[in-house]
Write a new protein. Sequence first.
Length: 447
Amino acid sequence: MTAPTLDATVPQERRLVTEVPGPASRSLMARKLSAVAAGVGTTMPVFAARAGGGIVVDVDGNQLIDLGSGIAVTTVGASAPRVVEAVQEQVAAFTHTCFMVTPYEGYVAVAEALNRLTPGDHAKRTALFNSGAEAVENAVKIARSHTGRQAVVVFDHAYHGRTNLTMAMTAKNMPYKHGFGPFAGEVYRAPLSYPYRDGGTDGVVAALQAIDVIEKQVGAANLAAVVIEPIQGEGGFIEPAAGFLPALATWCRDNGVVFVADEVQTGFARTGDMFACDREGVVPDLIVTAKGIAGGLPLSAVTGRAEVMDAAHVGGLGGTYGGNPLACAAALAAIETIEAEDLVARAREIEAVLLDRLRRIEARDARIGDIRGRGAMVAVELVHAGTDVPDPELAKAVATAAHRQGVIVLTCGTHGNVLRFLPPLSISDELLHDAFDVLAATFEVTR
Ligand SMILES: *Cc1c(COP(=O)(O)O)cnc(C)c1O
């Protein structure tokens, strides 16, 4: 099975008609520099004109292979036919009434879909927001309201967003926090299971170490929530050892602490399960979703146990745009696409291609320290050969060379030494192989 949801109007091949960036992108970049705040950076100096399937077409007519999905957002593709049609229909009907003023069915239908799809078959409720960070903040509000406690525990290498509370929850200083303090209080950091760098510590043992830190430095009686990404995103696609997440979830349940899974990056078929928590049968009390939820439209959600979600008083949750009708129409169409096209299975096929191609590079190249991740969320951690010393310069060099040859690839990691692969699930095997031919050649020439 390949490319089930392509937009047929975007040709599915890599094709360069100018150097990258071309003249049209360069002139737009000059305008960007004088009009847009410098703090808003771009991975590539290339402007998009259209996108679909596994291709982004730039303003010079170059066709680039998309291994980023706009940071794990366009999981169903950037112009998935069902999403395009649903949004066109909704925009002609009405754009906004505000769900808190005169509600509409789309919001309720998205809540029902999330209550059905997320882990666990207990009674659930959902609230919708705009961004991942906003949803994480609301999960914390809800957990505090439910428990009457204040403290929040997060983990090393965590990324939860750029608002004030979520900056406090995010681990990495540069670029996310530097100079932007003071940060929200009552946020504590625990050690994470990181198999490549903790000597392969057993997952349950690593969880007991984290729990010890939590009990000694915070105290369960003060703790409202433990918030964790089941596979870390910006932190470097770190996948905790088996047993880590279940042990933490169990400790939370035993201590009346709300266990919150931040599945903003991992959700909606990305990891080869509908949600990453599904792999080990972990049932979070609250699950935070965004990114892949709505085929590219801004939407986020908190879904969880009815008694936890309903703890916040009437009027305590919401926002002007939360659950916008266009975003809800897009989400219903994206979810329908994931289910109808069995994109969970497609993510596992993509995993097989990505892992095979990366292992073939690794066999010839000692600078590949670790290959990890699941589904269409796979990364390589790059190190100086024969050591485990991070090599961010190599990650940058490979990414930049790939960009020039028409492959969109992203970096991540606390040390910036991780190349991450997040293709849309609408990409074909042919495009994946072409992209990895480019990457493999790039590794050869940087040796
Ligand atoms: C991207 C991300 C966020 C923040 O989402 P925004 O929509 O950018 O606010 C939060 N958590 C995780 C795990 C993310 O990957």
